[in-house]
Design a binder for this molecule. Structure first.
Ligand code: BES
Ligand code: MN
Ligand code: ZN
Length: 528
């Protein structure tokens, strides 16, 4: 899909379709009013007849509207003007894009980005419109032998802004959005791929391929032998039951100051989680192919960061294994010595994510990081606690928590904090080792994070539990990966990079646009 930005009058657009909003009840948006004036009241006549009330998501496609240059006009219901918030806006954009795609308009000029959205500015509206449009048209059909062919698919869309003065800001937002959307798509594609295709070796190959595309990106893959030499025994214990070789994928993006402390992203890459000897029930076990959504999010984010050429140092660490039962598999009661030296009693082999992560979190110490963020489909308990809307967020550093929460709010990829209090640590006591890998039924998402916190004492760390947000499990059409939290993480890194920009550069920058961007502190988003 091609996205462009423009400012100009709707009646003058020579295009397959002009898209304008209608508020409830039957009230014209600014762009709709212009079309109405030019066409001698054609639109308000149709509304008076009762064809469209303006409820959010309603659509009406008009042909041959007098006095305008476009072939069609698409009216989109936007709900009550005063109530137009984030969710409503997304819904409207989704409906508009779907309708365009299905009704043969291969290109369109869309005025919905000119409407006021509560607490949001032009840049935000463009960003969300582009990202939402891209994900609305996402289709995973790699493994279907007969592809569904849309006869006249939507190929090109222009989003408008109200004045020429906004063009620069909107174009910048458009560029950012497209890079983020690409990262989201990469994450979705990897996550949707089943475990017989997406193995640990496949993920490693993909990482190498990504690195070959970007000069500032390099890649190192640690093999099983090297992992043994290094002493990542907890990770190796998980992979023991599988015939697939484990890997630690190390991505390095360097576009920052020479000795800058990096931000490290750690993604759980269990390409299939059967539970191991503590075998999971059969129902919905297919969904455990998604247990590498954290890994996919790290790859997607690093792709976006590299495309955006952010002036940062970012390290991606992806432990990738398969968790299966076999004669070689780890067993309940086994005790392993982790890379940190702490011994772990494996009371449940299905709590494998924390085992691969803990070693890699220790490994991360060697980068002397500014911050470490791990992303993992870690606990069913997090899904129970927060459902689909929010990632679970737990951290040992408040400023990092705030930055991530804010990045989530701005990118509409929200996280919610759960307490990481010491009070929960006692649930992890073990009779035979330093720590047990499970903490009982209560507060499962928190005790999992508590387990990880024992390996992250040397740096600022945050944990995102994406068990409820990484994919949607509704049957058939909607089922699949979401690409989250690529938008949150990329926004966090964009904010960090703005923070890093030296003050002198911000002052010296010629255009006012650049100056504003460089001077914006990360936590200063509107609508907080
Ligand atoms: N990958 C799962 C977590 C999961 C389960 C995510 C269902 C999304 C949906 C993880 O490895 C796991 O099995 N966790 C166990 C932990 C328990 C054994 C302490 C869980 O949540 O049941
Ligand atoms: Mn598991
Ligand atoms: Zn798992």
């Amino acid at each position: 899909m091609e996205f462009n930005i423009k400012s100009g009058h709707p009646e003058k657009q020579r295009t397959a379709c002009v898209v304008v909003g209608i508020y409830e009840p039957r009230r014209l948006s600014e762009a709709a009013r212009r079309l109405d004036d030019i066409s001698d009241g054609h639109i308000s006549f149709i509304l008076r007849r009762g064809d469209l009330e303006g409820k959010p998501g309603q659509t009406l496609l008009l042909h041959s509207v007098p006095g305008i240059l476009a072939d069609r006009v698409l009216l989109v219901g936007c709900g009550r003007e005063r109530e137009l918030g984030d969710n409503q806006y997304h819904k409207i954009i989704i409906q508009a894009i779907r309708t365009l795609h299905e009704t043969g308009s291969m290109e369109a000029v869309c005025y919905l980005t000119e409407m006021n959205v509560r607490g949001r500015d032009t840049a935000w509206r463009i960003r969300q419109a582009v990202e939402t449009a891209q994900s609305t048209l996402y289709l995973f059909d790699q493994l279907k032998s007969k592809k569904e062919n849309t006869r006249r698919p939507l190929r090109k869309i222009v989003f408008t802004v109200t004045s020429r003065r906004e063009l620069n800001i909107a174009e910048q937002a458009n560029r950012e959005a497209q890079k983020i959307a690409e990262g989201v798509k990469l994450a979705k594609d990897l996550s949707n791929l089943p475990a017989n295709h997406c193995t640990p070796a496949y993920l490693a190959e993909k990482a190498k391929k990504l690195c070959s595309l970007h000069e500032k990106l390099s890649c190192n893959i640690l093999t099983e032998t090297e992992l043994r030499q290094e002493g990542l025994n907890a990770l190796l214990a998980v992979s023991n039951g599988s015939d697939q070789s484990p890997y630690l994928i190390i991505l390095e993006y360097q576009n920052g100051k020479k000795n800058a402390a990096p931000i490290v992203l750690v993604g759980k890459g269990v390409t299939f989680d059967s539970g191991g000897i503590s075998l999971k029930p059969a129902k919905d076990m297919d969904e455990m192919k998604f247990d590498m959504c954290g890994a996919a999010a790290v790859l997607g984010t690093i792709s976006a960061v590299a495309e955006l050429q952010l002036p940062l140092k970012v390290i991606g660490l992806i432990p990738t294994v398969e968790n299966l039962p076999s004669g070689k598999a780890m067993k309940p009661g086994d005790v392993v010595t982790s890379l940190s030296g702490q011994t772990i009693e494996i009371l449940n082999t299905d709590a494998e994510g924390r085992l691969i992560l803990c070693d890699v979190l220790t490994y991360a110490e060697r980068y002397k990081p500014e911050a470490v963020i791990d992303i993992a489909t870690l606990t069913g308990a997090c899904l129970v606690a927060l459902g689909h809307p929010a990632h679970g967020l737990m951290s040992n550093h408040n400023p990092l928590t705030n930055d991530l929460l804010n990045a989530g709010k701005f990118s509409c990829d929200r996280a919610w904090e759960l307490p990481l209090w010491d009070d929960y640590q006692e649930q992890l006591e073990s009779c035979f080792a330093d720590v047990a890998n499970i903490g009982g039924r209560d507060a499962g998402a928190i005790t999992a994070a508590c387990f990880l916190s024992r390996f992250t004492k040397k740096y600022h760390w945050a944990h995102l539990d994406i068990a409820g947000t990484g994919w949607i499990s509704q049957p058939k059409k909607e089922k699949g990966a979401t690409g989250r939290p690529v938008p949150l993480l990329t926004q966090y890194l964009i904010d960090r990079s703005r923070d890093e920009t030296p003050v002198t550069a911000a002052v010296a920058a010629p255009a006012d646009k650049t100056a504003t961007i460089a001077a914006t502190p990360p936590a200063a988003h509107e609508n907080d």
